[in-house]
Design a protein around this ligand. Structure first.
Ligand code: NAD
Length: 513
């Protein structure tokens, strides 16, 4: 714990009560609503943050709008240069920031550091992108006419993020938005505001060094209510929200009612298909990382394993051998691979789901205990569970944000497995393990996986930033990060230019007076 004080100091946070957004001291005397943040790893208080009020939110929006006026005029590659500096600052702070992510959220240090690395990677991606915000040129049907399209900055982008990737998801949005000429307002999860404050400190330095207004990157620490204000706010043309499907349905409806743009990244119910032709040595490793990594708290966590009859018992035995040996414990302690769940609510979600699935006929094979004793005093550590189940069970149809892996049997050909994989309301990530090309191509075909992410011979989690990330159906349809995901952060304009002495109309229409 002593070490964490030093980490906070290393991150430039002397007084956590003085946390601020755009240089505005929130609320001042008036706002005494302070939230105490304790670590899921050991229950100790890490720090306190002052929650933003509606008044604070209003100030932040005005500051963001003001910053947008000048930021949109900075040439895109120059904006990229600022993002490059942010990437370098993050490199400098990788160690303490990664530790704080690990301590506040509970993921193991390797994953905390990995999350910061992902921020650095998206900065690099955005720097290159800043010279590639291309539109197309089109041939006009009219003589001596030219047609092209261009992308302009959009304005204020609202970013609502979830607790489980408390900083990376912000950077996926914010770094792209920044090179696109937008300014952003970040409302982090109320469960993990300290890492957001730390990031804001890091960003602030870069902006100051370049004499840019801090209003380019704004932070409001608040709960769903502040998120709701952002969703309803016409001054925020794009709201990018990551979290549960429950949240996404609310935010999507509010943004939709004002015809704003919503980028939704919601829950998953991801499956790995193991066919009779799977290389089980690599498959089992992928399943383990996918199912118990981050203690099952990734949107891409492997929740369902769809196994061919012929290898079912073998797979089950291999998993039964591995599960009891999983090192569960303090995520900052080397050697541990599974940290705690975020809070007691999440633990209840885990035990409730296990209870319900057994009532439906599921069979708990191993795990499922809430751990107690030395090192587990917080009651947030659980033993990952393996359950034999059927795909149609209500419990299996839902995303339980905890380490439960459902083993589901299929027989016959791969199409039966695909049907099971698609037979849920969510559509984020999916994968197939097979060395048979007909099976893998069937999985990737139009009649194959219906997910936003479909992999072959790698697991469901751990996507690279270069691809567009997101999913279909109740996952919300949004795409962020790589490929052409940047386009949603800009407004597209089609331009037609006439350099002739005539005024021909399109479609050959005659309109002579
Ligand atoms: P959550 O839905 O409880 O909260 C997410 C964020 O939404 C928080 O900042 C919260 O304050 C805000 N929020 C909640 N209700 C709101 C409302 N009505 N209006 C405005 N804002 C509101 O989710 P969580 O527990 O923090 O995160 C876990 C969930 O996030 C899982 O379902 C997981 O699959 C999902 N997730 C999805 C992705 C993805 O990219 N698809 C990535 C990470 C997490």
């Amino acid at each position: 714990h002593h070490g964490i004080r030093q980490v906070l100091r290393d991150l430039g946070i002397q007084d956590i009560n003085a946390a601020y957004s755009t240089g505005l001291q929130w609320g001042g005397e008036a706002n005494e609503q302070v939230s105490s943040i304790s670590s899921p790893t050991d229950g100790k208080l890490i720090g306190k943050v002052r929650m933003a009020t509606a008044h604070d939110y209003e100030q932040v929006v005005l500051q963001a709008q003001e910053a947008f006026k000048s930021w949109r005029l900075v040439p895109a590659p120059k904006r990229g240069e600022i993002v490059r500096q942010i990437g370098n600052k993050l490199r400098q702070y990788k160690e303490p920031l990664g530790k704080l992510v690990s301590y506040e959220m509970g993921k193991i240090l390797q994953e905390g550091l990995g999350e910061v690395q992902e921020m650095i990677d998206i900065c690099d991606f955005a720097v290159g992108l800043s010279r590639q915000l291309h539109g197309l040129t089109m041939h006009s049907e009219r003589p001596a006419h030219r047609m092209y399209e261009q992308y302009h900055p959009l304005g204020v982008v609202g970013i609502i993020s979830a607790f489980n990737f408390p900083v990376a998801v912000w950077s996926w949005n914010a770094m792209l938005a920044a090179v696109c000429g937008d300014v952003c307002i970040w409302k982090p999860s109320e469960k993990t505001p300290l890492v957001a404050v730390a990031v804001q400190h890091i960003i602030k330095d870069v902006l100051q060094e370049n004499e840019l207004p801090e209003g380019i990157f704004n932070l409001v620490v608040g709960d769903a209510e502040i998120g709701g204000l952002m969703a309803a706010d016409e001054r925020v043309p794009l709201v990018s929200a990551t979290g549960s499907t429950r949240m996404g349905k609310k935010v999507g409806a509010v943004v939709g009612a004002r015809l704003g743009k919503a980028l939704l990244e919601l829950g998953g119910n991801n499956a790995i298909v193991l066919t009779a032709n799977a290389d089980l040595d690599i498959a089992i490793r992928a399943v383990l990382f996918g199912a118990v990594g981050t203690a099952g708290q990734r949107c891409t966590t492997t929740r369902r394993l769809i196994i061919h009859d012929s290898i079912y018992d073998d797979v089950k035995q291999r998993l039964l051998a591995a599960y009891p040996k999983l090192p569960v414990g303090h995520p900052l302690q080397e050697g541990n691979l599974v940290g705690p769940l975020i809070d007691q609510d999440a633990v209840r979600g885990f035990t409730d789901a296990l209870g319900r699935v057994q009532q439906e006929g599921g069979k708990l094979l191993t795990g499922g205990e809430v751990l107690s004793g030395t090192g587990y005093e917080t009651g947030t550590y659980v033993q990952p569970a393996l359950v034999e189940a059927e795909n149609h069970y209500h419990t299996v149809q839902e995303e339980t944000f905890a380490p439960i892996l459902y083993l589901i049997r299929y027989s016959g050909d791969v199409q039966n497995a695909i049907e099971l994989q698609n037979g849920v309301r969510q559509g984020l990530s999916s994968s197939i393990f097979s060395l048979n090309m007909r099976e893998t191509e069937a999985f990737l075909a139009a009649t194959g996986s219906d997910c936003g992410i479909a992999n072959v011979n790698i697991g469901t989690s751990g996507a690279e930033i270069g691809g567009a990330f997101g999913g279909e159906k109740e996952t919300g349809g949004g795409r962020e990060s790589g490929s052409d995901a940047w386009k949603i952060y800009m407004r597209r304009q089609t331009n037609t230019i006439n350099y002739s002495t005539q005024l021909p109309l399109a479609q050959g229409i005659k309109f002579d007076i």
